[in-house]
Design a protein around this ligand. Structure first.
Ligand SMILES: Cc1cc2nc3c(=O)[nH]c(=O)nc-3n(C[C@H](O)[C@H](O)[C@H](O)COP(=O)(O)OP(=O)(O)OC[C@H]3O[C@@H](n4cnc5c(N)ncnc54)[C@H](O)[C@@H]3O)c2cc1C
Length: 422
């Protein structure tokens, strides 16, 4: 029996799942609701690597993604005067080199748009085959306000007052998922967020001369890190990470964006290097996004007929560079298990939990106890960190050994039922 599925959130995970679901079963009905009035295309460079690349290849989307990849050539560590102190190169896909830059990185907004467009293109292409049965519909400016589960479905109330029943509800509404809270309760929801003690802001400002392919990283006293990335694009991405001012920043995310900007401007005042220019760019930027960096760790990925996907389920944090890979693993396995079990929701969700869990646990395994070392509070601490980074930048290229072919980690399972490229 084809399923009537609701996906909450049109970021990365939601549209990726829709593509896989409608290909496997063109007669399924898929509705995606997005809280904002259009796609949210804010966000900076995100990594495409390991199993994420393999799954995009199977979906026939890797070439399009690749054509949008940015052109970052490495990372340089700078001092207050902008002098280069250390240089790191590129990390080839599938390897674990010590650097910020992956072989293939894409602007988050480009990835969101590619997946959205591909899902609509496929929807149009399947029209004849479906004979009016299945469809994919996006509804913007809409969210859910209530859900009630019973044995054979989930009753959903939407923000416009509409009520509908679905066979399966997928929470793909990101790190702060409200669907997760509705399905699992406030307590489990609050316990799922594991803060890494770092606050981050991301935004773009006009590029200036001298900003080329190399990312730049600068540490300032007061546990502040500044990264800029231009990657051959007309705009420069600014990433502010701080372990200072934590109590103040934690409270600000519920405030309007202008207040968030003010809080970060205050936290970075007098940090040195080019931060005054970066802060004045922040005042007028239109794509500011800030959050407390953390991971989402849920004991179970589904409850009844509500299933968590992507950041809502297992946000690994931007420090791992595995956010999009985890989304794609989740979407692929969930769609694959539904197809394999003939749309038997309960067996499919059990399979999803069992199969997707090991790689996700692996990618969430962050050595957080060392994180504080990258955020020294004193000038002396910064001096030590810079010396250490210089040593690592010299020693790592000569001592690095690629992993053997047979030790490349979790193998993407084959699902012939998904009718993808092998
Ligand atoms: C604006 C933005 C900027 C980001 N910038 C970066 C970045 O610079 N670097 C980085 O590593 N990661 C960034 N991320 C996170 C990154 O996108 C995720 O780690 C990863 O891609 C997982 O994708 P996802 O689809 O699970 O979640 P997300 O990409 O977060 O998408 C979730 C979607 O759900 C929508 N949504 C949220 N709540 C509701 C609701 N109640 N009802 C309906 N829809 C809802 C959101 O508007 C969004 O479109 C950003 C996320 C967002 C939303």
């Amino acid at each position: 029996m084809p399923l009537n599925i609701l996906i909450v959130g049109a970021g990365i995970a939601g549209p990726a799942l829709a593509i896989l679901l409608q290909k496997a079963d063109p007669n399924s009905k898929i509705t995606i609701v997005e809280r904002y009035s259009s796609l949210r295309t804010a966000g900076q460079q995100i990594d495409l690597k390991t199993q994420g690349v393999e799954i995009l290849q199977k979906m026939g989307l890797m070439d399009t993604m690749k054509s949008h990849c940015v052109n970052e050539t490495g990372l340089e560590i700078l001092d207050t005067s902008g002098k280069q102190l250390a240089l790191f190169g590129i990390n080839p896909s599938g390897e674990k080199r010590l650097t910020l830059t992956s072989e293939c990185e894409i602007m988050r907004g480009d990835a969101v748009e590619i997946l959205y467009e591909a899902s609509l293109k496929q929807n149009a292409a399947l029209k004849e085959e479906r004979a009016g049965k299945g469809e994919l519909v996006y509804e913007f400016n809409k969210t859910i306000t209530d859900l009630t589960q019973h044995d054979d479905g989930v009753d959903v109330t939407f923000s416009d007052g509409q009520k509908k029943q679905f066979d399966l509800v997928v929470a793909a509404d990101g790190q702060g998922s409200r669907t997760r809270r509705m399905a699992f309760g406030q307590e489990a929801n609050d316990a799922a967020f594991k803060s890494l003690g770092v606050h981050a802001a991301y935004y773009s400002i006009p590029r200036i001369q001298g900003e080329g392919g190399l990312a730049k990283a600068y540490s300032a006293p007061g546990r502040r890190l500044v990264i800029t990335r231009t990657s051959g694009r007309p705009m420069t991405q600014v990433l502010l990470f701080t372990m200072g001012d934590r109590e103040k920043l934690r409270k600000v995310y519920k405030e309007p964006v202008e207040k968030q900007k003010e809080a970060f401007a205050e936290a970075y005042r007098g940090a040195g290097w080019e931060t005054e220019r970066l802060l004045s760019g922040m005042a007028t930027c239109t794509d500011f996004y800030a959050h407390e960096v953390g991971q989402i760790r849920m004991d179970q990925l589904y409850k009844g007929r509500v299933v968590l996907l992507g950041d809502a389920a297992y946000c690994p944090s931007p420090f791992t560079g595995m956010g999009i890979t985890c989304c794609l693993i989740g979407a692929y396995v969930l769609a694959g298990e539904l197809a394999r079990h003939g749309n038997d929701v309960s067996r499919a969700l059990k399979g999803y939990e069992e199969i997707a869990r090991p790689p996700i646990n692996d990618y969430q395994d962050l050595q957080t106890k060392f994180l504080g070392n990258f955020f020294p509070s004193s000038q002396l601490g910064i001096w030590v960190l810079r010396k250490l980074l210089w040593v690592v930048s010299k020693v790592e290229p000569i001592t690095y050994r690629p992993r053997a072919e047979e030790n490349q980690g979790w193998k993407v399972p084959e699902y012939p039922e998904l009718k993808l490229q092998s």
